[in-house]
Design a protein around this ligand. Sequence first.
Ligand code: UT7
Length: 325
Amino acid sequence: MNMRRSVIIGTGSYLPERVLTNEELSTMVDTSDEWIVARSGIRERRIAADGELTSDLATKAAQAALDAAGLQPDDIDLVLVATATPDETFPATATTVQKKLGMTRGFAFDLQAVCTGFIYALATADNFVKCGQANRALVIGAETFSRILDWEDRTTCVLFADGAGAIILEASEEEGTNQDRGVLTSHLHADGNHHDLLFVDGGPSSTQSTGYLRMAGREVFKHAVNNLASVVGEALEATGLETDDIDWLIPHQANKRIIDGTGRKLKMPSEKVVVTVDRHGNTSAASVPLALDEAVRDGRIKKGDLLLLEAMGGGFTWGSALVRW
Ligand code: UT7
């Protein structure tokens, strides 16, 4: 039976120019290149310039995705920005991106699921497309985490960074099998009981300030490995597909050891795992679309390939999606 699916027809990304290396960080806090590489796999990351906002990064990534798809901004019905670092408390950064792109139509909103934000946004936009409320959706993950880091806390400031990635989803009539192009399945989870392990200690309602990121890294690590393994299994079970069917694992880029752990559990050879954490650090909601865009543009991902996307973050939130390219 024919089925309406959301097919990714373009990707784009943007990284700020400024590169912050581990060596430079080790002049700011008591750390070393050796420790950061061994514990996280990160070698360098990008930091937004003064006055460069989440919406600026998002707009550049979005424009690249529009160009890749051969579309104009007004061809888009929905702009969805996944971010934990919006320009302002309101309006939604998505409406600022809409304006910066020169769009005069459509609807736009932000979505907050921290590092799982892009997977949540992909699933949300997919549902808008599948139910017919949108034909084309611009889905963006964009962050300026440098603005919510405590630059004196060595346990967090060496890990997170800035960037943006974007995709365009378009409705397509497919056959309704797991050979279809587009989003085949998505699985979302949350458990608010783990708030204290990863949060920002400020906000409009609590402190009337922005606050700083706080993380119990070792605890988050353990949950990440378990939650990611289970949500990845869920995606395969739902579609009847197997590990061998997956061409590319595109994981959230928090820590190379977590990525390797998930790859090992899936028995996926490392050549099939897209890794950017060494150069990007943890860009939260931007990390999956940044990695996806890199592997699309360098020609690794080809039409018909099966992609497994996954992420885990504050909340906790976690999720996965299977997408046929
Ligand atoms: O994206 C959202 C999800 N986030 C994640 O998935 C992050 C999950 N967590 C992690 O990636 C890892 O837990 C970290 C990279 C944050 C830390 O690695 P770890 O192997 O869990 O190290 P640890 O926290 O157990 O710390 C080991 C030691 C500690 O010293 P003691 O107590 O053993 O004496 C820390 O104080 O390393 C120390 N340490 C540092 N040393 C040098 C912590 N941060 C640093 C640092 N440089 N930057």
